[in-house]
Design a protein around this ligand. Structure first.
Ligand SMILES: Cc1cc2nc3c(=O)[nH]c(=O)nc-3n(C[C@H](O)[C@H](O)[C@H](O)COP(=O)(O)OP(=O)(O)OC[C@H]3O[C@@H](n4cnc5c(N)ncnc54)[C@H](O)[C@@H]3O)c2cc1C
Length: 267
């Protein structure tokens, strides 16, 4: 690990001042991606601005048709929150499938989506549920947020403050985890609202994406059988030592059927 300076911010204003003040600072939340990256000398920030003590970023609220989750909420807290379990059980279940207990107790919603790992779980929920990502500067629709592999719409030193999820009629996430890393080899989030169905896929491509053919079939009939005959084109999918593109395409169909079955059981 390269040498760096550590700063602990108590408020959002303090965090923004610290980020503006140093040469090459980085925001530190749960540290479960950033610190391993630094240990491997793949990142060399001059300063770390630790936001973990900012209480304004730890809040879960269900108001009207919106579930709002603070950026610093850990995966474990989202998984076990009665508010999340009641409003969007599919989201609570997704958080409970991330990594292992250690990762879930430290990793945060904001850190996960800021990192935008192509196999991370939360991006699929954000996209399928049409979440709104609030930052210190603006709010960004999920469909405009996840740009490419590890790339988001965030600007330099912009801090995610919370994510707002419209509460769907029902939803579910089905994940085929890589047995070694527990990241998604393929993960599919299905959300049904009164406007139709959205299907978002993580792990299969370079960035999370909406599977529109699957969504259209499920909007016509929200049953696993509605997917019979709908094929997934493997051309743009990842093809690596973990799985071929054709295998991932096949898994997308299987995971989508599983998610629909679970979502139907929640109605
Ligand atoms: C062994 C292991 C297994 C894992 N398995 C999974 C898995 O199955 N599924 C999954 O989805 N993830 C998995 N993860 C990743 C885990 O969920 C991380 O916690 C998450 O990706 C990063 O969150 P963090 O709070 O630790 O962020 P950090 O590591 O602190 O930060 C990550 C990046 O986000 C930036 N950042 C952090 N917070 C903010 C914010 N509020 N605003 C703007 N930028 C911010 C940081 O500057 C940094 O660039 C795993 C990690 C490990 C180590």
């Amino acid at each position: 690990m390269y040498a760096f300076n550590y700063h602990r911010a108590e408020t959002l204003d303090q965090a923004q001042d610290l980020l503006a003040h140093y040469d090459d600072p980085k925001i530190l939340a749960g540290g479960h991606t950033l610190l391993p990256t630094m240990k491997q000398r793949l990142a060399n920030p001059s300063d770390l601005v630790d936001i973990a003590a900012i209480s304004a970023l730890k809040d879960i609220q269900h108001v009207g048709s919106m579930l709002s989750i603070g950026a610093l909420e850990t995966h474990a807290h989202v998984a076990t929150s009665p508010i999340v379990q009641q409003a969007i059980p599919g989201l609570a279940a997704l958080a409970g499938q991330i990594g292992d207990p250690h990762v879930r107790n430290r990793g945060t919603l904001g850190g996960s989506i800021a990192n935008n790992d192509p196999a991370a779980d939360y991006p699929a929920a954000c996209l399928a549920l049409s979440a709104l990502i609030h930052t210190t500067r603006r709010h960004i629709k999920a469909q405009d947020f996840f740009i490419d592999l590890f790339e988001t719409a965030l600007e330099e030193h912009e801090i995610i403050t919370r994510v707002e999820f419209p509460v769907p009629e029902t939803s579910a996430y089905a994940k085929f985890p890589n047995p070694a890393s527990r990241y998604a080899l393929v993960g599919v989030y299905v959300a049904k609202t009164r406007n139709g169905v959205d299907v978002a896929v993580t792990g299969a491509g370079p960035v999370v994406f909406l599977a529109t053919d699957l969504a259209e079939a499920l909007t016509r009939s929200f049953m696993p059988g509605a997917l019979d005959g709908v094929s997934i084109n493997p051309e743009q999918l990842n093809d690596d030592l973990h799985a071929s593109a054709a295998y991932r395409a096949h898994l997308i169909g299987i995971m989508t059927r599983q998610a629909v079955t679970t979502a139907l059981a929640r109605v």
